[in-house]
Ligand binder design. Structure first.
Ligand code: HPA
Length: 274
């Protein structure tokens, strides 16, 4: 069975149609603790997601639950301050609502950002990673609701994150700003609890460099809809068992706070050149 998102979110679509907003040049989803970037832009309109018809409310600390229509360097930006997670109890068809909205508003580029645990020994908390591959082994089945994976064509739909004009712009922005970007494979895990050291060992063996509880389904759906997609992870902590330190959500938000300056410099430069 395939869910008709236009039907499911018809009230929300109507709401935004009435708002008559300019077509965004780029959309950005801000991950855990990274919401501060919104302050760098001139927001023309800010919507609390709790006030939008049919929008799933945000339930976690560090996720504001706001959608901004903002401007910078003459570009229109659609900014999701906070995301919808599967571990909050939402369905995949709800988690990908920001992507669906991005498409409905005519936007052709999206940057998905997140906080992630570092598995690769070369990663340290505070590093920024441009994902060059995604591992969505634990989320694939839910996507059938959206893209009808049981049809022969869609069975062939691969989980790839290709180099595109957006990743080129991001690399250039990294050179220009001097904000270093490492690269690696991001693996999705359901959460909501952090992983055990054994799980991380398992992920490492199979080539994962960073682990988080979001993004992969968003990226698959975005590329399915023909939106150019890039994923930037902020390594907020060593993944479980990689160091002796106990994991906590406050460590995630504290590290995100420390990187907000360079993260924002990078994104600003991306906007300038997109
Ligand atoms: N694991 C999963 N998700 C995360 C982590 C982690 O270590 N850090 C931030 N998000």
């Amino acid at each position: 069975m395939k869910i008709n998102l236009s039907l499911k979110y018809s009230a929300l679509i109507k709401f935004f149609e009435k708002e008559n907003l300019p077509t965004p040049d780029i959309a950005i989803i801000l991950g855990s603790g990274l919401g501060d970037f919104a302050n760098r832009l001139q927001s023309k309109k800010v919507y609390r997601t709790s006030e939008l018809p049919g929008y799933p409310p945000s339930t976690i600390v560090g996720h504001e639950g706001k959608i901004h229509f903002a401007e910078k360097y003459g570009k229109n930006i659609l900014l999701f301050q906070g995301r919808i997670h599967f571990y909050e109890g939402y369905k995949i068809s709800e988690c990908v609502l920001p992507i669906f909205l991005t498409k409905k508003l005519g936007c052709k580029k999206i940057i998905l950002t997140n906080a992630a645990g570092g598995i690769n020994p070369d990663f340290t908390p505070g590093d920024l990673i441009l994902a060059n591959s995604l591992n969505g082994i634990f989320i694939k089945e839910g996507l059938a609701q959206l893209i009808g994976l049981s049809t022969p064509e869609n069975k062939n739909f691969l989980l790839s994150l290709e180099e595109n004009s957006l990743t080129n712009i991001i690399r250039k922005a990294s050179e220009k700003t001097g904000v270093e970007l490492k690269q690696g494979t991001y693996i999705y895990t359901k959460g909501p609890s952090y992983e055990t050291p054994a799980e991380i060992k398992f992920f490492k063996k199979f080539g994962a460099d960073a682990v988080g509880m979001s993004t992969v389904h968003e990226a698959i759906f975005a590329s399915y809809l023909g939106i150019e997609t890039a994923v930037i992870s902020c390594i907020t902590n060593y993944a479980s068992g990689i160091s002796d330190k106990k994991l906590s959500h406050s460590e995630v938000t504290e590290t995100a706070e420390l990187v907000k300056e360079k993260f924002s410099n990078l994104l600003e430069s991306v906007i300038e050149h997109c």
